[in-house]
Design a protein around this ligand. Structure first.
Ligand code: HAM
Length: 419
């Protein structure tokens, strides 16, 4: 029978890769919890309308990449392509505002986008992120950006480029939109069919188009920084000066717009230069979305957040991160009652917190040493009859091959000292 394969762009992640995943995830949890963020877990399936209303119907994600289907009861569902929409849905549904006027939430989990698979681009990928809901201030934006920069650096990724822009406020956006419509209307005949539609639905999306001719036209399009209201300009300048003060380096990229419709003012990305991802690649993306809570049926509430792809960070980490695996000990069973003795000793050592492996059936010492070798055991504890009679075991160093008899009472201390 033909063996089945995983869905294109969706991958298995194996135990030997997990130390890197855990390193990233644990470093992330540990850091954001220091800033007062608590974990939130939301469902992977949501009403399709949630994503259409938040991410935007003219975006690539909703138009081309969403996994959407009707379930057997006729409900229209979407498989989450990102985390923000769900977090805000939960925030409104459970009235989190009443409990905590400023809510800080972080998340980790799989997301799904039917993109063209490439290096660092998958159809199921893992994202982690954070959302700070209920506060609008340049200091809040700066703290959030600084937090994710600290995180990336803590992983040992130093060569990063923080790109910053603003989409302005409620006064700015209609002005900028009008300027874009004026500009792109002149080129309507040259735009791709998608962009002709975008011109009506959301002209900002044209700035994100990947088609060559559209890109060339967009290169001379108006930039938002020329259309900022006084207040939006002051906020953006303040954010930059706070970032300067905390020595968070950044570059203002006036043409950056980001690919989701919910963004309002501050937007940012963190790029790395990495062969593993194919030249320049974005590892973190985020921004302010002050209208989303209201758009999803809640009270007007400002918010900002970001997320990053865990696979992309792991690819950039490469082999540079020194992630020490826990040492493995192997208890070898030899002699008449060796098998029982070995299992008892194994249970005892595991209870004390050591990673211990043992044979599942009696066998020769040679075959057990072979298995210990394959498991990359640091040492083998040989529990033979003779030693047992003396209340001892033999400790074999797997690197040097040296063997020593160790009284059972000292075993824990001896293997602890090897760490
Ligand atoms: P995004 O820019 O669409 O933003 O995605 C954020 C990050 O997720 C990207 O920088 C990338 O590292 C990773 N990512 C996206 N698509 C893929 C893929 N197909 N394969 C692998 N990694 C991928 C958001 O999702 C927003 N929710 C960010 C946000 C949170 N804004 C405010 N709050």
């Amino acid at each position: 029978m033909k063996a089945l394969r995983s869905v294109k762009g969706m991958h298995d992640i194996f135990p030997d890769e997990m130390p890197r995943w855990h390193f990233v995830e644990q470093t992330y949890r540990e850091l954001v919890e220091r800033y007062g963020y608590g974990e939130i877990r939301t469902p992977i399936l949501e009403p399709l309308e949630l994503f259409v209303r938040s991410i935007g119907e003219a975006t690539d994600i909703v138009e081309k990449e969403m996994y959407a289907f009707e379930d057997k009861g006729g409900a229209q569902l979407g498989v989450r392509p990102e985390g923000t929409a769900s977090v805000i849905r939960a925030y409104i549904q459970h009235n989190l505002q009443a409990r905590q006027p400023i809510s800080k939430m972080y998340y980790l989990g799989p997301m799904f986008r039917r993109e063209r698979p490439a290096k660092g681009r998958y159809r199921q990928f893992y994202q982690a992120g954070a959302e700070l809901v209920g506060i609008k201030s340049p200091a809040a934006d700066a703290e959030l950006i600084d937090m994710v920069v600290q995180f990336v650096k803590r992983l040992g990724i130093e060569q990063i480029n923080v790109q910053l822009n603003t989409l302005g406020d409620r006064q700015t956006r209609p002005r900028f939109r009008a300027a874009l419509v004026d500009y792109f209307t002149q080129f309507e005949k040259e735009l791709c069919p998608d962009c002709v539609r975008r011109l009506r639905v959301n002209p900002l999306r044209i700035l994100d188009c990947k088609v060559k001719t559209c890109k060339a036209i967009a290169a001379d399009a108006p930039v938002v920084l020329d259309h900022l209201s006084e207040e939006a300009r002051t906020d953006f300048e303040q954010l930059q000066s706070i970032l300067d003060r905390s020595q968070t380096s950044f570059t203002v990229v006036p043409t950056m717009v980001r690919g989701l419709d919910y963004y309002t003012s501050t937007i940012f990305e963190i790029e790395v230069n990495s062969d593993a991802l194919g030249a320049q690649a974005s590892i973190v993306g985020g921004g302010r979305y002050d209208d989303l809570v209201e758009q999803l049926g809640g009270r007007s509430t400002p918010a900002i957040g970001y997320s990053f792809g865990i696979e992309r960070l792991i690819a950039v980490l490469g082999s540079s991160a020194s992630i020490e695996p826990r040492p493995v000990y192997y208890v070898a069973a030899v002699g008449d009652s060796g098998f029982e003795r070995a299992s008892d000793l194994t249970r005892e050592l595991r209870n004390k917190g050591f990673h211990v492996e043992v044979a599942y059936q009696a066998g020769s010492l040679k075959s057990q040493l072979k298995r210990a070798n394959r498991l990359a055991a640091d040492a083998v504890i040989i529990a033979g009859d003779d030693e047992a009679a003396r209340g001892a075991v033999t400790l074999r160093d797997m690197k040097t091959g040296e063997q020593q008899e160790v009284p059972l009472a000292e075993l824990e201390q001896r293997i602890e000292a090897r760490k």
